[in-house]
Design a protein around this ligand. Structure first.
Ligand SMILES: Cc1cc2nc3c(=O)[nH]c(=O)nc-3n(C[C@H](O)[C@H](O)[C@H](O)COP(=O)(O)OP(=O)(O)OC[C@H]3O[C@@H](n4cnc5c(N)ncnc54)[C@H](O)[C@@H]3O)c2cc1C
Length: 480
């Protein structure tokens, strides 16, 4: 019997698994998709929020402020891209100036370091490309941008290296209480565990309901984005928010850790897995963004995408034992990414209350170093190529990613099996051409390194075959 089964491997499940793996426990993570970070964690604004937004006294306020400090430490330890660029919340009217003042007071009450209210002149001096209609802003220097999927991956990899099991393509479909714990029914057979942590994102209410009354309901809400070419990345230097409204934090304009510009999201009710984008929502995003930064060139768009928020009928995160020994981390909407390491700490406290004994291992993996060819000095590049000639072969021309980096990614503790999995690990295909040139070569490398036929290499989720139709020999491949 496992000590703990964690359901879901987004940023929350990965943080829980990482903390558990530091202790003498038998742990398994059950994830329905074919990779880590396939839910909301891979499609969001990628902001580590400073923590002035949640109402003082809420779990969200406490977890956001603690979580953002821990996220910074984790990114340093695991060599995850993190850029502490700070954020501005713009005010365009007297009413919004009052909102900025209220957010400032929230920030002070929540213990957010360095928040201050800026005049119009101070705001425009920091960001000359903002609209001249701006009247002032809230400045939060501790806000940052991050690579969320890579952070979740780094934590999940460390958990695996520390002995946790990761079962991909394993959907939990039901649960029943058994002597001393829970039996989880999954697409890969039954799994018994003394305790369960439900970190199933937008499905957290469904999974909680397997064990009893969840006490909350997820109300999924989609946000759509533009990701613009690096030519637009220098238009602003901070995360530019508008004043929050009843639908959330509004449309932001921000540089990304890769030097692109991200613009979005809107907020619209959606089905749980529906990450489609649509023209009307994107037109709304363009119009709203122009209010803050009129000069964004949407002709330089390289990708649109959408993420689904696990909003719920509760105003706060749901962090509770929803049944005995069954801990639910539910309704983890924004700022869930920023709060995740602190949410995991709370989960461990609830597991201790449920009788799970925590004894720290003497040694465990708690760091990672990545080789990024495009950030090396000429001397480091020469050395990398001497050590491994595959570092001398550039596969992704937009991002200058070498075959060496792709092969390294394919032999990590959690190897990708898809083109997008490679992209998330070493940025091949993340640039201007979005994999148009390097996609077929990455495809070949995956098949070669994993020893699988090219027909089996997927673009992304299960079933997303790239090669379909009849083969030359007359055989039938997928899709026929
Ligand atoms: C548009 C948008 C913008 C956002 N921007 C920010 C931001 O800038 N900053 C911030 O802090 N937060 C932001 N958030 C919120 C943040 O992205 C989420 O709070 C966070 O990613 C939630 O992580 P998670 O691990 O709970 O969920 P997920 O990442 O969705 O992970 C849940 C996992 O559970 C798996 N799963 C589900 N059901 C089952 C099952 N039955 N069996 C097995 N596995 C299952 C899923 O496949 C998935 O991998 C944003 C969210 C959205 C949608």
């Amino acid at each position: 019997m496992l000590d703990v089964a964690v359901i879901g491997c987004g940023i929350v499940g990965a943080n829980v698994a990482y903390l558990l793996s530091q202790h003498k426990l038998r742990v398994a993570v059950l994830e329905k998709e074919n990779d880590v970070s396939m839910g909301t964690t891979r499609a969001n604004s990628a902001i580590v929020h400073a923590g002035y937004d949640p109402e003082p006294g809420t779990a969200m306020a406490r977890l956001n402020v603690r979580g953002s400090a821990l996220t910074k430490e984790q990114c340093a330890a695991f060599d995850v891209k993190y850029d502490p660029i700070g954020s501005l919340v713009l005010a365009f009217s007297d009413e919004e100036l009052a909102t900025v003042r209220r957010l400032y007071e929230n920030g002070v009450a929540n213990g957010v370091p360095g928040v201050r209210v800026l005049t119009k002149e101070e705001t425009l001096a920091m960001e000359p490309n903002l609209s001249d209609a701006v009247r002032g802003a809230l400045y939060a220097p501790s806000a940052a941008v991050v690579e969320p999927w890579d952070l979740a991956l780094a934590l999940a990899e460390a958990a695996v290296q520390n002995g946790a099991e990761l079962h991909l393509e394993t959907a939990v479909t039901g649960a029943e209480p058994i002597e001393g714990g829970w039996r989880l029914h999954t697409s890969g057979g039954d799994v018994d565990a003394r305790a369960v942590v439900n970190a199933a994102g937008v499905e957290s209410d469904t999974v909680a309901a397997f064990a009893g009354a969840p006490g909350f309901a997820v109300t999924p809400n989609r946000g759509e984005y533009y990701l613009l070419d690096k030519s637009q990345g220098g238009l602003v230097h901070h995360v530019i928010f508008q004043c929050p409204n009843k639908d959330g934090k509004g449309v932001l304009v921000s540089p990304t850790v890769h030097g692109n510009l991200i613009v979005g999201p809107n907020a619209e009710p959606a089905e749980r897995g529906d990450t489609a984008t649509c023209a009307a929502a994107l037109a709304f995003v363009r119009e709203k963004a122009a209010k803050s930064v009129p000069g964004v060139s949407f002709r330089d768009n390289i990708r649109n995408f959408a993420g689904v928020r696990a909003n719920s009928d509760q105003s706060d995160f749901v962090i509770a034992a929803t049944a005995s020994g069954f801990i639910t981390l539910g309704g983890i909407k924004s700022p869930g990414l920023s709060s995740a390491p602190a949410i995991a700490e709370d989960a461990l406290k609830l597991l201790a209350e449920a009788g799970i004994p925590f004894e720290k291992k003497e040694r465990f993996v708690c760091s990672r170093k990545k080789k990024r060819f495009n950030q090396m000095t000429p001397e480091q590049k020469a050395e990398a190529i001497r050590e491994n000639p595959l570092y001398g072969r550039v596969i992704c021309r937009c991002e200058t990613v070498t075959e060496g980096e792709i092969v390294d990614a394919l032999h990590r503790p959690i190897p990708p099996r898809t083109i997008d999995g490679v992209k998330r690990r070493c940025t091949a295909g993340m640039g201007r051409c979005q994999g148009g040139f390097c996609g077929p070569r990455v495809h070949e490398i995956i098949a070669r390194e994993l020893g699988i036929p090219q027909q089996e290499v997927l673009k992304d989720r299960a079933g997303s075959y790239i090669i379909t139709g009849r083969t030359k020999e007359g055989g039938v491949s997928h899709g026929e």
